[in-house]
Design a protein around this ligand. Structure first.
Ligand code: 8YV
Length: 327
């Protein structure tokens, strides 16, 4: 029987599915394994179901030569060095599709919460500061009719655009590759360059993959291009925004507010952000509805089951791994 490791807690159903196929070691206690412990746990294992907090690179793979499949429980896979896996004949998979709608729903929520100061309002009420309503109380920005600029126009970006149409928003997008005309028509989004997006959008929403080319995609120069009334929402990955520059921009009112689900150096959060009122902070939970997290865990498990039984995993990211398989 092949042996696998599940690095973080998953649902009982996922473990039950895996146990019908494999000898399973599962970290149901959910304490993240420090790197050396992860490497020790992977000795003699054929595959691993990872979470986005596990870093998988060439050094780890060289120390765990029996591992043939790395199945991430996330759509993003910047925690995995895919090229290093490919060169060692190791399959890599992710979980696209199943979380699209949950993340899109949450994105709209974070847009509204930030524009309309929802969490600030709740804190104001809970701390007893609210002494009654008045006309100029907690004034925010309107969401309906605003121009939404989406950076990154994959499945989730397009799902956000479809929802934004219901708010009569004007939708612009920017991405590495222009979407096909059908996707543009369905979402009602118009392609623009990065600078035009930043200069014209009332709300800039980031939902693009993280990598060396998108590191600090939003830094001080980009924040300076945005309107003083603009709202920045980061749904993508920490590192896409220069958080220190964002703190300065929020303090100096270069932009009006930010809504963040992701941070540089998670789970640490830049202390400057913690002190500001004009930012809504959420702990990387955009995909965290129960059905969606169940579906993500099962998708990763099915990928692992296929990968180790000689079938093509449904969400294989590196089909060229085959060129490097030994023996
Ligand atoms: C998860 C994500 O919240 O899929 C992704 O790429 O960022 C989210 O769905 C994340 O993987 C935390 O486990």
């Amino acid at each position: 029987m092949k042996k696998i490791l599940v690095t973080r807690e998953v649902f009982d159903e996922t473990i039950a599915f895996l146990k019908t196929r494999f000898d399973v070691e599962a970290n149901q206690g959910d304490r993240p394994f420090p790197r050396d412990e992860l490497i020790a746990k992977l000795q003699g294992r054929d595959g691993v179901q990872t979470s986005s907090s596990d870093r998988v690179d060439g050094e780890l793979l060289d120390r765990c030569p029996t591992v043939k499949a790395v199945c991430n429980t996330a759509v993003g896979y910047n925690n995995i060095d895919v090229e290093a896996c490919t060169k060692r004949g190791v399959m890599v998979t992710n979980t696209p599709g199943v979380l699209t709608d949950s993340v899109a729903d949450y994105s709209i929520g974070l847009i509204i919460a930030t524009c309309r100061r929802m969490t600030e309002g709740e804190a104001y009420l809970r701390t007893g500061e609210w002494k009654g309503s008045f006309l100029k109380q907690m004034l925010g920005q309107d969401v309906h009719g605003a121009t939404l600029g989406i950076a990154g126009f994959g499945r989730i970006g397009q799902a956000i655009a479809r929802r934004a149409r219901g708010f009569d928003m004007k939708i612009l997008y920017h991405s590495r590759k222009r979407a096909d005309p059908a996707a543009e028509a369905e979402s009602g989004a118009a392609y623009v360059g990065k600078e035009e997006l930043l200069r014209t959008a009332d709300i800039v929403l980031l939902i693009l993959p993280y990598g060396p080319e998108t590191h600090h995609f939003i830094g001080a120069p980009e924040l300076a291009m945005m309107k003083p009334s603009a709202v920045l929402v980061n749904m993508a990955r920490g590192g896409i925004v220069d958080d220190a520059a964002l703190v300065e921009a929020l303090k100096s009112k270069t932009i009006w507010a930010a809504g963040l689900d992701v941070y540089e150096n998670e789970p640490r959060v830049n202390p400057g952000l913690m002190q500001l009122r004009n930012v809504v902070l959420s702990p990387h939970i955009a995909s965290a509805s129960e059905p969606t997290r169940q579906a993500m865990a099962m998708t990763a498990a099915r990928n692992l089951a296929a990968a180790l039984s000689g079938q093509a995993p449904p969400n294989l990211l590196n089909p060229e791994y085959r060129n490097f398989v030994k023996g």
